[in-house]
Structure formats: C-alpha cells, structure tokens
Design a binder for this molecule. Structure first.
Ligand code: CS2
Ligand code: MG
Length: 402
C-alpha cells in the first residue's frame, strides 16, 4: 500500500488545529494531529517542505521504518516542531493500518487492557466558592476525577482560570497576554483551596492540580507537603523539568504524587525521571511525543518502575489526538488517567469521531482506525487565526514560566 499524497489542513473552529492527511493507492486515508499551540504554522511548513516529499511512494505499512527515517534521517533530532510532525505521520499511518485490518486501533495495540478510560475534567474559579461549585458541576456530570485551579487573591490572571467555563482556552491573542505571578501568595493560598474542596466534596473524588512550571524545586516540595492532607491524585508540573534531577529534591520531601511531561517530545526527556522513580505519572502525548510509536516505548519504560500514564489532553490537542490517545489508553497496561478538556461544538463538528464520554469514563469506539475524521469542507470555513500563549512576569517584572 503506497503513499500517493499527503496534505496539511489548518483550521480554526474556535481555536487553531493542524491536521495531516495521508492518502494511499488503495484509496485508504489516515489522519494525524499536528497542532503545536501558538506555533502551528511552523509545523505546517515543516510537514509541507520537509516531510511530505519524503513520504510519497513509501509503503504505508512500514510505520517503524518511516518513524526512524524522519527522526534519524533529519539529522536534527528531537524538538517540538520535528516531533509534532513525526507524531502526525505516525498517527495517520496507524489509522491507515487499522483501517486496512478493519479493526479499531486498540486491537492492533494488543487489545483492551480495561473496560474504559478514566478521565479528568477541568474546574476553575475566580475564588474558592466558585471553584467548589465548578468541581461540583463536574461531579454532577459524572466525573470521578477533577483538576481544580483557582485565582489567587490579589494576583491577576492565575494559570488555569478561564474566562468562560467548560472550554478553557489560554491562547487568546495575537501577541502574548501578560499575567502576574506571585509565588508566596500562591503557596499561602493553595492549601486552603484543597482543604475547602475536601470539606465540600468529601474524600472520594480524585482531585488534581496543575502548577504549570511556576515553582522552584524547594518551593514545589513545600507545596507538595502542604497538600498531603488533601490526598491529591497528582501535583502536575510543579517545577520546570529540563533538569530532571531537580525532581529528586521534591521527591525527598513529599508523598504527593507527581506528574510531568506534557511539553516533552522524546523518551530522553523523561528517562531520568522514570528510571530514578522521581515521578508517578508521565504526561507525554500522542501529538507531541512521537505518536503512538514513541508513546508505547515511553510507557514500556515507565512500566518497569510502576509509573503510570496520564496523557495531556487539553483543548489544543485536537479530537484526532484525543481519539488516538483513547486507543492507547485502553490498551496500555500501565494506564493511569487521561486528561479530557471538552472541545467546542464547532470543533466536534469539524472532527466527527467515534469516541464518547459517559459517567466519568471515555470509550474509543469500535470504528476501524482511530475513529476520528475531518470534514474538510467545514474546516475550510474556519481560516487560521494567529494566537499565542500568554507569558507571566513576577511583580518586579522578571519574566517567569507561564
Ligand atoms: C495544561 C495545558 O492541560 C494542561 O495540563 O498545562 O492547558 C497547557 O497550558 C496547554 O496545553 C498549552 O498549550
Ligand atoms: Mg498541564
């Protein structure tokens, strides 16, 4: 089955998405998500100029060889733009292979390891009271696990606090918005939020929290320790993880479980974190970490250390990524949880899909392939809109991690 054509589709049904579509001589097509939030056109150009010409004429079944070719063959390995492009090709080829077999993708990955996929939703509020209510809303919708973020009193624009509810979208303007970050205020405030959440919603609901790379290791250690009484499912991205060793310091001080990896694009980015058991959940995603192929390698490494998966699944990861992720999640032995930030109705219409949500769990569906398609005519009605992610500064103006 030869690859005869491939194209990049950029669409903005409420937010930008980049999709790679691969066509074969047998008439079978497959799609992969290639969205890199705020840097969409860099991936589109990389695919168009440097990847697609290399695909034409190749055997679509040779997923591993094409992966190695695009990785080693580029000479310039790794990096978010390259790896997002490789991810898109890999996802589209797995889609084609599963369609050719007439099977849902999870069957090619070894079949189901569980009946359904536990997901967590995003609740956020401008103050403790509204955050409690938002978490309650997710519990009423059936969610068993909820991520809670709350504005810090006196701090403008805390990470994770959306302008609207249910559809959180941080990439909101052509040039980055600026928000203020105040570590002492946050560290004093965060435990009171989780104390109130446990009081209001009891011990059973799983609560998660994203620190979004804002703390130094010793600050992260202090936060983890102060949150222990409220039994978090995880504390995410407590500190930047370029220096993986830094997590040893956090680990020494707290039993709050740690999750890291949404910005990683290679197995090497998480090697020390996994092998030294410095984290509990690895958050690498299908779209940014080399597709199904590399995600399976990362999960296998993590399984040796009883570290579980917790794939990134924000709205900027398209329904194509979500569909592929659910096939991975339901099959991988060391699955932990899947993030599920609902897409808007416009997005769901552009990307018809077989996956579904019910009572706190998701199901990949049984359509052949990964079960997600793109309506190209509808996609064409939503042209690209330049948008970037915000930046954060400390009160004295120092540029900080957003
Ligand atoms: C976040 C994301 O979902 C998460 O855990 O960290 O919302 C992240 O900010 C965006 O995906 C950035 O593109
Ligand atoms: Mg995050």
């Amino acid at each position: 089955m030869k690859i005869t054509n491939a194209k990049v589709i950029v669409t903005c049904p409420g937010r930008n998405f980049v999709t790679l579509k691969i066509e074969t001589d047998e008439g079978r097509t497959g799609i992969g998500d290639a969205t890199l939030n705020g840097r969409e056109l860099a991936v589109a150009a990389y695919l168009e100029h440097h990847v697609i010409p290399n695909l034409i004429g190749r055997d679509a079944h040779r997923i591993e060889d094409i992966w190695q070719f695009l990785s080693k063959g580029a000479y310039w390995r790794r990096g978010p733009v390259t790896m997002t492009s490789i991810s898109a090709v890999d996802t589209a080829l797995w889609d084609i292979k599963a369609k050719a077999a007439g099977l849902p993708l999870y069957q090619l990955l070894g079949g189901k390891s569980r009946e359904h996929v536990l997901v967590y939703g995003h609740a956020n509020g401008a103050d403790i009271e509204s955050t409690l209510a938002e978490v309650g809303r997710y519990i009423d919708l059936g969610y068993k696990a909820v991520r809670a973020q709350c504005a810090v009193p006196g701090v403008k624009g805390t990470y994770g606090v959306a302008k609207g509810q249910m559809y959180y979208e941080p990439a909101s303007s052509e040039l980055p918005e600026e928000s203020v970050w105040d570590t002492p205020a946050y560290l004093n405030f965060a435990p009171s939020l989780f104390e109130a959440l446990r009081e209001a919603h009891g011990p059973d609901v799983e609560l998660l929290h994203d620190v979004h790379h804002r703390l130094t290791p010793i600050e992260a250690a202090r936060l983890g320790k102060s949150l222990e009484p409220y039994r978090l499912f995880w504390m995410e991205d407590a500190s930047p993880a370029e220096n993986q060793e830094a997590f040893r310091l956090i680990r020494q001080h707290t039993v709050t479980p740690l999750a890291v990896g949404e910005v990683f694009n290679s197995i090497y980015d998480c090697r020390t974190l996994i092998q030294d058991q410095l984290i509990d959940y690895i958050r690498t995603s299908v779209v940014h970490a080399g597709g199904i192929t590399q995600l399976r390698r990362i999960a296998s490494l993590a399984a040796l250390y009883q570290i579980r998966t917790g794939c990134h699944g924000a709205t900027d990861l398209s329904p194509v990524c979500m569909g592929a992720a659910l096939h991975f999640d339901i099959s991988v032995p060391n699955f932990g949880i899947q993030e599920y930030m609902r897409h808007t109705d416009e997005t769901d219409e552009v990307f018809p899909h077989a996956y579904s949500f019910e009572d706190g769990f998701m199901y990949p569906g049984d359509a052949p392939g990964h079960g997600v398609d793109i309506d190209e005519d509808l996609a064409a009605k939503y042209p690209y809109e330049p948008k970037q992610l915000p930046v954060a500064r400390l009160k004295d103006g120092t540029l900080w991690d957003w």
